[in-house]
Design a protein around this ligand. Structure first.
Ligand code: X8Z
Ligand code: ZN
Length: 618
């Protein structure tokens, strides 16, 4: 999903059209003298005042949001080296947005209205709080800092997605590198591929350090100590509470990870013909640039859909994902999605580049929904396509008259990430694939290997997301990690949480964390994905057992309107309902890794048996 630097107005614009100028404050400041014989107008109640403010505010917010999205879209889909037209237009649109959402008058009015919380409706309070939260991302009391930050973010995006990756002297895409890392068996070549994928790091260092300061300074103006704390507060949590939560999740998955880690070290050493099994996994051995997904290590006979996906092609995958959502009762994607999305890789001879990481956009907080992807026919993109459509259907479902524009968001950010990943999991289970005709339904398949492959995807992700990424960003933003320790800290965390080490020493001349796009353009939020996996297993457990009455390991959601209802009910209120209450109400549970741990429990016996006599190093 895409997150924006949010907005505000210049003083001139404010007086002309800001909602505050039109909102009477008669009840709090009565005129000193009341003209005789004048009929005393009834002062509007706080509820009426909030309503008037929010009506105006939301209309302007939505308009500026759409302009910002449109500019950002262009900046992310057409990256031309040396071009300044797009970045200039994007910076201006974002500055207008910032000038509005962070305006001193808006902030003052929001605070004033929130002082009368007791007299307002819950929906009003939630909107006002959201607007105040948004304001902290661009307070105009420090307009210059905000302006510099907007510029720096635009420049960082250009550097990040304009980078020309080279392998063996030729330009390659990140899709090419990912494919090579999944397939190459020669460890020396693997190391070169991995190193090629990290070459971008140093080019991002100066920009990232600058952004850290600007991001911290921005939110400090409204009283948040640092940018990490600011992002955690979106969940109604302190930084410490968030770190405690992600550490707990990591610990709950740790016994499984320890088995997977031991298993992978021995299996990969065998595969690459290395006699001495290493204590820690060389990063270049793994089929993913950051070691966040090892599922390509295992091929389950009878369940490998890569060949059929390659044959059917990229377009089919997007259409198929849509059909799956439709089968649950969601509507067809609107024409604008097909007309304006950027779904496939650019042609080889394109004179420009585009953002190479998948995202979904709610352009106008209304019906204009688009996705930016580089879909190819393979399992990874098959899942990612389902993931992105999850965002799109979330957007479309909470875009309804009951949900005001300011609350058109996930119950929390993790929910937004969970929906599509859940559908991605469902779309790879055997009964589903058989129903779709993607595999031979009569083929005998090994359930343990299937579960192992899933664990190498979902369980392996947790130490990366809740460990390495979250801890690093917490250090970076909140603890002001010194700039000569950025890479050292990254690899210390990778060793501690993932049991992964770099193939050769990686000094501070590299910046390996910056090769992860989120570090640059989705800052201090990566725990969203860890939480999303935890949530998705909770939802899946409920759907399988309570709705479908199927084994969670072998479900087929296809065509179940009841499953669609269940998901749509979670999506429909957006962020107008408390996220904890939603989970409790829909699953009967609080947020917990219980379902995820239980799902993989049958694998533990197998792994322990496989790992018998092997040396454990974590
Ligand atoms: O970044 C994403 C999505 C963004 S909408 C494609 N994901 C994480 C990642 O790629 O690192 C999905 C799961 C993990
Ligand atoms: Zn996403």
């Amino acid at each position: 999903m895409k997150k924006y630097l949010l907005p505000t107005l210049t003083a001139a614009v404010l007086t002309a059209c800001a909602p505050t100028a039109k909102t009477p404050t008669a009840s709090s400041t009565p005129p000193a003298t009341i003209p005789e014989a004048a009929t005393q107008p009834v002062a509007p109640s706080w509820q009426e005042q909030a309503e008037a403010f929010l009506k105006d505010y939301s209309a302007q917010y939505q308009r500026l949001y759409a302009q910002s999205s449109e500019a950002e879209w262009r900046s992310n889909t057409r990256i031309v080296a040396g071009d300044t037209a797009n970045s200039g237009a994007t910076a201006r649109a974002n500055e207008r947005m910032a000038a509005f959402t962070g305006s001193a008058q808006n902030i003052q009015r929001l605070r004033e209205l929130l002082e009368h919380k007791q007299e307002l409706t819950e929906l009003q309070v939630k909107q006002l709080q959201t607007a105040l939260y948004n304001a902290a991302n661009s307070p105009q009391t420090i307009a210059d800092v905000v302006k510099r930050r907007i510029k720096a973010e635009t420049q960082q995006t250009e550097k990040l997605y304009g980078f020309d990756y080279k392998y063996q002297g030729k330009s390659v895409t990140t899709n090419d590198l990912d494919e090579l890392l999944r397939k190459e068996n020669n460890p020396l070549k693997r190391q070169q591929i991995w190193e090629a994928s990290k070459a971008i790091g140093p080019t991002l260092k100066e920009g990232l350090l600058n952004l850290r300061d600007l991001r911290n300074q921005t939110v400090q103006a409204l009283g948040y100590p640092d940018y990490f704390t600011y992002q955690a507060s979106d969940y109604g949590m302190s930084r410490e509470e968030m770190m405690t939560l992600v550490r707990r999740i990591n610990e709950e998955l740790r016994p499984l990870y320890r088995e997977l880690h031991t298993y992978a070290r021995y299996e990969l050493a065998k595969k690459y013909g290395v006699k001495q099994v290493p204590d820690y996994l060389p990063a270049s051995w793994l089929p993913n640039r950051w070691g966040q997904d090892w599922s390509a290590m295992v091929e389950v006979k009878g369940l490998n859909i890569d060949p059929v996906l390659a044959k059917k092609g990229a377009e089919w995958q997007v259409k198929q994902a849509e059909r799956f959502y439709q089968s649950l009762g969601f509507q067809a994607l609107p024409p604008v999605f097909w007309e304006k999305s950027s779904l496939y890789p650019l042609p080889k001879d394109a004179t420009y580049k585009k953002n190479n990481h998948a995202s979904a956009w709610h352009m106008d907080l209304n019906q204009d929904v688009r996705s930016l992807m580089s879909v190819e026919g393979n399992t990874e993109w098959y899942e990612t396509t389902h993931h992105e459509l999850g965002h799109i259907y979330y957007y479309l479902t909470y875009t309804n008259p009951e949900v005001p524009p300011l609350l058109r968001q996930g119950a929390n950010r993790g929910y937004h990430e969970a929906m599509g990943s859940l559908m991605g999991l469902a779309a790879t289970q055997k009964p589903f694939l058989a129903g779709l005709g993607l595999i031979d339904p009569k083929a005998k398949t090994d359930e343990t290997q299937t579960l192992l492959k899933e664990a190498l995807n979902y369980a392996v992700f947790i130490p990366f997301a809740s460990g390495v990424m979250s801890e690093w960003e917490n250090s970076f933003y909140a603890d002001k990690l010194p700039q000569d320790q950025l890479n050292a800290r990254w690899w210390a965390l990778a060793k501690q949480y993932q049991g992964i080490v770099p193939p050769t020493t990686r000094g501070e001349n590299y910046l390996d964390p910056a090769t992860k796009t989120h570090i640059n353009d989705d800052p201090a939020q990566y725990y969203d994905y860890a939480l999303s996996y935890v949530i998705l297993f909770q939802l899946h457990d409920h759907i399988a057992k309570k709705i479908l009455k199927q084994d969670p390991h072998a479900t087929n959601y296809y065509g179940s309107k009841e499953v669609g209802q269940f998901l749509a009910d979670i999506m429909r209120p957006g962020s107008s309902k408390d996220w904890r209450a939603v989970l409790k109400e829909k699953t009967g549970e609080d947020l917990s890794a219980r379902a995820m741990v239980e799902y993989f429990q049958p694998l533990m016996t197998y792994l322990k048996q496989q790992n018998k006599g092997r040396k454990y190093t974590m």
